[in-house]
Design a protein. Structure first.
Length: 120
């Protein structure tokens, strides 16, 4: 007796593969990019900008939670005064936030121009 006959069925009436699985993968990749990757890149740019514009007299917080005032700035390090007379050296990347920028003093030349003149 023999084997049963082999019957081949058509894959479907569409005649080809559907693009729906590819569309789902592309939509998921766009979702991940716009909700996760792009905001992280923006935060990283903001932190790098903050660290590059840091100046002497700024009150900062390190990523470890230490508060201090910037007393010296080098290309990749920052000297912080963490208590009166106590300084510590930190990497720029260790600065997490600038709490308060140093007050910019006005130049004395501007004050001299605004003073009333006494011509007799």
């Amino acid at each position: 007796m023999g084997r049963p006959p082999i019957v081949y069925y058509a894959a479907g009436s569409s005649g080809g593969s559907s693009a729906l699985p590819l569309l789902v993968v592309v939509a998921f990749a766009a979702f991940v990019y716009f909700l996760m990757i792009r905001p992280q890149q923006k935060r990283r740019r903001d932190v790098e900008s903050m660290q590059s514009t840091m100046g002497i007299g700024d009150e900062v917080v390190t990523v470890g939670g230490l508060y201090g005032i910037v007393t010296e700035v080098d290309s990749d390090t920052v000297m912080l005064e963490i208590a009166p007379g106590v300084t510590a050296k930190y990497a720029r990347a260790a600065i997490g936030k600038v709490n308060r920028k140093a007050a910019v003093e006005e130049e004395p030349a501007a004050e001299e121009e605004s003073a009333p003149s006494t011509d007799d």
